[in-house]
Design a protein around this ligand. Sequence first.
Ligand SMILES: [Zn+2]
Length: 418
Amino acid sequence: MTFRTSRRLLAPVIAGAVAGAVAAAGLILPNRIRQADAGPDESRARNVILINGDGMAAAQREAARLHLVGLDGQLTMDELPVSGQLTTSPNDPKTPVTDSAAAATAWATGERTYNGAISVDVDGNPLPTLGARAKAAGRATGLVTTAQVTDASPAAFFANTANRSAQDEIARQYLEVTRPDVILGGGEDWWLPAGVAGAYPDRPAEDRAEASRGTKGDLITEAKARGYQYVSTADQLQAAKGGRLLGLFANEELFQPRREGAGGRYDPPASLATMTAKALSALSTNSKGFFLLIEEEGIDGFAHVNDGAGMLQALGELDRAVAVARDYAATHPDTLVVVTGDHECGGLTIEDTGTADESGDGPFPIKGSSLTFTLDWTTSGHTGVDVPVTAYGPLAERFTGKHPNTHVHDVLARILTR
Ligand SMILES: [Zn+2]
């Protein structure tokens, strides 16, 4: 209460000080009517970077903070100045808990739908996506993920299909319908027909089930014909030039989630931060601005197998990518950065090491401390708890408070569709 009162009292003083400083510097003030109309930041916003920690809610973020930066530290994603909460429920007759497809559809279209839906409504009708609408408004678009590039979260922004497993159809729509300028991640298996191995061999030792399985022809060849530069290694990615870029760095995900001790590993051939930097340099050449979706899938992937060590590694990679995005936005004030998760995964909590119950994953050291913590998992599936959202840049303040996940769409659309 005291805090709120003092904030109200301070507000006019700060506003007056800023106006005075602007006047003293001899700067021309922007048109006040237009500014009032659009809100203080809206007219200068052009770019949006939306960052999805798949499966990331408050416990995942806090475990990463303790383990990676310590009791007095702060993750970059938590340093973004505005924070709020999002609910994640789908509109599904069978379950109150969302999957990544329904959650990303809420972000991309503003509509809650059933699990498995890729930007279609509850009757299966296609919905306009932010990816397509941003493109129609003249913006460059892109997606970067450690999942398959055609996995549910990116797919909902750039495709419409009643079933998230139709990943070859999603790839086809990328090339022939929505044309994101930058596509970086995994999932080569859906871009090539059975029998055409591509850069990543079929049935590798680490997962015998991985093999090319597309039914839409050789989409990599089609991508090249449509002007994409195609790369399959981190070195090629580093050397790539030009605006249209397709990079596929694995048959499926860029990591192998397995139960701890059963060969799980997180070592993407191209890191999320590297892909993010490359995407930003390609997309930022568009004078009308851009939309970039960034996703770290390893948080969800390792949470599903209750592997805290793998999950913490993925969270660290996500935070490095957030730093790249935040640094870009710091020098490009027309850029909104939003960091959230599509849903929680694992029913995770953080416990004292002495607690002798249940899963007891750990102990994990707290950085800069002799203390440790244990992770306790209650499920190998998703849960319905809220996810934190943090934001920086124009319109960031709209994420204050608690909103349904469709709110992400409503804020982003104000920038991307005008
Ligand atoms: Zn999941």
